[in-house]
Write a protein that binds this ligand. Structure first.
Ligand code: DP6
Length: 361
């Protein structure tokens, strides 16, 4: 039975007065997508992602013990050096959701300084890297208060807290492959936090590349949270959730055998299914842009002609993540720069690869 009380910090005396901690936490790209959730950020289906290496958020949390605990969260938030009042409500919501597990939050005044490695408003979801970085900072303060915390308990609780900030954030603490959501055949999986994929992974998937084409950098018309909500009462939801379980099962063999052909089939099908769910919800919506489709068509054509293992996936937006094995990098990068960059806004793209998770600086 999943049990959240294990994550509640028992009352401790707060000897830790002032200090600061900095974490750098990456984004991740899902292979099997999380789309649909139940209350308390419980996913409707299991998901698995590659942790990224270059797309990261760096967050510094400075803390100062108050003489008497406040009745509200006391903090200032700086994004890329500027005070950001409009980012505060998200952090307040996050703190409200995690307060029961980290009851010391209102005993401190915080300064949060955060920045991203990827261009501002690139359409890259910063919630996974941002929420995981902040969750890790909070956990480092807990570690100061409670030095008995083991490394494993730290990592699990950091993922548990990150999940309460943004579901996919719980998959950014570790790498290179992380599962979130209970799955029958993958031991240790839980709806409460992400776990490192526990089985054999073939060398074909080592240092897999992800080149992210920035097709549209505008604000999304529909947020992920609203999109998840539209899976409630969605006519295809139940079948979709089953399919995610099936795809996770299939991936176990695929990852073990280095089966790139079937890997591509699952990854692309998951991406298109995610967007098909958006297009068939009520209200329906489309996050892909004409250039998203142009790029997909070009990738399919090139894959056929070149006999490479290039494939794409999408997150909840118009950008295209191009995934491929490291040994095909030269020929695929040549194709991307010659034929695909023209479809990107301001010709912008980001070269990333699989990473090992967050680092304390
Ligand atoms: C399409 O984690 O951003 O990227 O839990 O509401 O914060 P919230 O949603 P979020 O959803 C991510 C959805 C996705 C697929 C995935 O990453 O699995």
């Amino acid at each position: 039975m999943d049990n959240t009380t294990q994550f509640v910090l028992k009352q401790k005396e707060l000897f830790t007065k002032t200090g600061s901690v900095t974490w750098e936490s990456p984004s991740n790209i899902a292979l099997v997508k999380y789309w649909g959730k139940n209350p308390d950020q419980i996913p409707a289906n299991p998901s698995i992602s590659f942790t990224l290496n270059t797309c990261k958020t760096t967050t510094k949390l400075s803390y100062e013990l108050l003489d008497v605990p406040s009745n509200k969260f006391e903090f200032e938030l700086y994004f890329e050096g500027e005070l950001k009042e409009d980012f505060k409500p998200k952090v307040v919501t996050f703190f409200q959701r995690i307060e029961a597990y980290v009851p010391f939050l209102k005993s401190y005044r915080f300064k949060i300084e955060t920045s991203n490695s990827f261009p501002h408003s690139s359409g890259i979801a910063s919630s996974a890297s941002g929420m995981s970085a902040l969750a890790l900072c909070v956990m480092s303060l807990e570690q100061e208060i409670n030095p008995d915390l083991t490394k494993q308990a730290f990592v699990q609780k950091a993922s548990f807290l990150a999940r309460l900030g943004s579901g996919s954030a719980c998959r950014s603490i570790e790498g290179p492959l992380v599962c979130w959501g209970k799955h029958q055949e993958i031991s240790g999986t839980t709806d409460l936090f992400g776990v490192s994929y526990p089985y054999l992974v073939h060398d074909n998937f080592k240092n897999y590349q992800d080149t992210i084409l920035l097709v549209d950098k505008g604000e999304k018309q529909v947020s992920s949270t609203v999109g998840h909500g539209l899976m409630k009462g969605h006519p295809f939801a139940e079948r979709r959730f089953e399919q995610a379980h099936e795809n996770m099962s299939k991936l176990i063999q695929i990852l073990k055998q280095g089966d790139l052909k079937n890997f591509i089939e699952i990854v692309e099908s998951e991406a298109l299914t995610l967007h098909a769910m958006m297009m068939t919800s009520l209200p329906y919506f489309i996050l892909m842009k004409p250039n998203t489709l142009e790029i997909i068509q070009k990738i399919w054509k090139f894959r056929k002609e070149s006999n490479t293992h290039i494939c794409f996936t999408l997150d909840a937006g118009a950008n295209v993540h191009i995934l491929y094995p490291e040994q095909e990098k030269d020929v695929i990068m040549e194709f991307i720069t010659k034929e695909l960059v023209a479809y990107c806004q301001n010709e912008q793209y980001i070269c990333d690869s699989i990473g090992n998770g967050a680092d304390k600086l």
